[in-house]
Design a protein around this ligand. Structure first.
Ligand code: DGL
Length: 269
């Protein structure tokens, strides 16, 4: 009985950690497509093909429900996968909507017309592919009007995290926040629109200033999954918990253990 959690690499562990804490009785199969990470510098077609191949591995592992714990895959592949039709009894969920519902103070399933919301100036930090897709702005426009979104493509940050070079990752975050502030000097809120970025949340917060509300996805996704499973208790699947990677299992095990500060043992996918 397991739910699939997918990311291009280690970022989805921030989501896995939050869902394991929120839903301690459930089992999860985590799949990291480390051999092809980062996705954020690839084109939409490429991201779609890689995401489909990874999700199929999670179906094969017995999962019926897969969370794309990756904004880049959610932006480039989720809608296309859902529109193309999924195998019978299988579902895929992304990570954008819970975040946007939190930002726009909406409950799940509130399909009322878009309305004015409290925040007016929002900074979005995400991978180049997520920024290029404009998926965040599209989903936001369904729910809110009058929100000015300034997006900053944070090139290099995911590579640095995957390589375990946190000094470089921190320096890059500071320079991306500076670049954002040149375009939008006073954001009220900031969205960490990549599941790798919560690993650097304190660096984002310090560079942005304490007055900026930083939204990160892990807890929001965990809450939304708990709510979804209450409504769909048939989606628990058959798989056995585990950690799979298309990369080097020993290397991914080391990095993952370092990030979550607990031992995670990856096996070859
Ligand atoms: N963690 C991912 C995201 O949320 C993807 C990063 C990447 O592979 O570029 O966008």
């Amino acid at each position: 009985m397991a739910i699939g959690i997918f990311d291009s690499g280690l970022g989805g562990l921030t989501v896995l950690d939050a869902v394991q804490k929120r839903l301690p009785d459930l089992e999860f199969v985590y799949f990291a497509d480390s051999a092809h990470a980062p996705y954020g510098v690839r084109n939409a077609d490429d991201i779609y093909q890689l995401t489909v191949a990874s999700v199929e591995k999670l179906w094969d592992a017995g999962c019926d429900l897969v969370i794309l714990a990756c904004n880049t895959a959610s932006a480039a592949a989720l809608r296309r996968m859902q529109e193309g039709g999924l195998p019978k009894g299988k579902r895929v969920l992304g990570v954008f909507v819970p975040l946007i519902e939190a930002l726009t103070e909406r409950q799940w399933g509130d399909n009322s017309p878009p309305r004015e919301v409290e925040v007016k100036h929002v900074a979005l930090f995400a991978t180049p592919a997520t920024v290029a897709s404009r998926a965040f702005q599209r989903e936001l426009a369904f729910r809110a009007i009058g929100v000015d979104v300034e997006a900053q493509a944070c090139g290099g940050v995911v590579d640095a995290i995957e390589d375990g070079d946190m000094i470089l990752a921190e320096a890059l975050v500071r320079s991306h926040v500076d670049a954002l502030k040149r375009k939008m000097p006073n954001p009220e809120a900031a969205i960490l629109g990549c599941t790798h970025y919560p690993l650097l949340q304190e660096v984002f917060q310090a560079a942005l200033g304490e007055h900026v509300k930083v939204y990160s996805q892990a807890n929001l996704v965990a809450e939304s999954l708990a709510d979804y499973l209450k409504r769909h208790p048939d989606m628990y699947g058959q798989g056995t918990a585990g950690y799979l990677t298309t990369g080097n299992p020993a290397k991914v095990t080391d990095r993952a253990t370092q990030f979550l500060r607990r031992r995670l043992q990856f096996a070859a996918a």
